[in-house]
Design a protein around this ligand. Structure first.
Ligand code: XMP
Ligand code: MG
Length: 183
C-alpha cells in the first residue's frame, strides 16, 4: 500500500461495499412496498447523504424526484444542540408530496427532529426518514425513523459519505479511523 493510501488511516472495516449494497437494496424494496406506487420526493441531507442517496435512488422502482438540503447545527464542541440553520434550502414545493428524508447517520437525532418538523410545516402529504446508520444515542430525542440500515455502536465512523475533517467521504465502505489520525 502506498504511504498516502487513504486506507492506511483506518482501523477496521465495519461494513463492506457489498454489505452496504445488499442492505440499501433491502431498504429500497421495503420502501417500494410501503409507498405502493406513489411518487416519492427524496430529500438528501448534504453532504453525508450523497452516497446513500445515489444508491438508494437507483435501487428504488417507484417514481422518485430528488432534492437536497444543507443544514448546520450549532453546538458546543462535538455535541449538536438541536439549533439548526439552513445553509441550502429545497427548490421543491412540498405541498401534497410524500417526502422521504435520506440521511447517512443519526447520532443524537436533534438535527433530524428539527428538520422533520420544518418540512412538516410546509404542507406535505407525509414525511418519513431513512438513515443508513443509527447510533444508540438516538433514543435521546423522540424521533420516529421508519427505515434504518444498520444500528452501530457509539464510535466515530467514516466512509461512504461520512467524513473526518472532510476526508474519507469517497471510501466505498464504512470503517473506523486509526487513533493516530484523530489523537
Ligand atoms: P445529530 O443531530 O443526530 O447529528 O447528533 C448527526 C450528525 O452528526 C454527524 N455525525 C457523524 N459524522 N461520523 C461522521 O462522519 C460519525 O460517526 C458521526 N456521528 C455523528 C453527522 O454529520 C450527522 O449528520
Ligand atoms: Mg450528515
Amino acid at each position: 500500500m502506498d504511504s498516502n493510501d487513504v486506507r492506511s488511516d483506518l482501523k477496521h472495516v465495519l461494513y463492506t461495499r457489498e454489505e452496504i449494497q445488499q442492505r440499501v437494496t433491502e431498504l429500497a424494496q421495503e420502501i417500494d412496498a410501503d409507498y405502493q406506487g406513489r411518487d416519492i420526493l427524496l430529500v438528501g441531507v448534504l453532504k453525508g447523504a450523497v452516497m446513500v442517496m445515489a444508491d438508494l435512488a437507483r435501487a428504488l422502482h417507484s417514481h422518485v424526484t430528488m432534492d437536497w438540503m444543507a443544514v448546520s447545527s450549532y453546538g458546543s464542541g462535538t455535541q449538536s444542540s438541536g439549533v439548526v440553520r439552513i445553509l441550502k434550502d429545497l427548490e421543491t414545493d412540498l405541498l401534497g408530496k410524500h417526502v422521504l428524508i435520506v440521511e447517512d447517520i443519526i447520532d443524537s437525532g436533534l438535527t433530524l427532529s428539527w428538520l422533520k418538523a420544518n418540512l412538516l410545516s410546509r404542507g406535505p402529504a407525509s414525511v418519513e426518514i431513512c438513515t443508513l446508520l443509527r447510533k444508540p444515542h438516538a433514543a435521546k430525542v423522540e424521533i420516529d425513523v421508519r427505515y434504518v440500515g444498520f444500528e452501530i455502536p457509539s464510535e466515530f465512523v467514516v466512509g461512504y459519505g461520512l467524513d473526518f475533517a472532510e476526508k474519507y467521504r469517497n471510501l466505498d465502505f464504512i470503517g473506523t479511523l486509526a487513533p493516530h489520525i484523530y489523537e
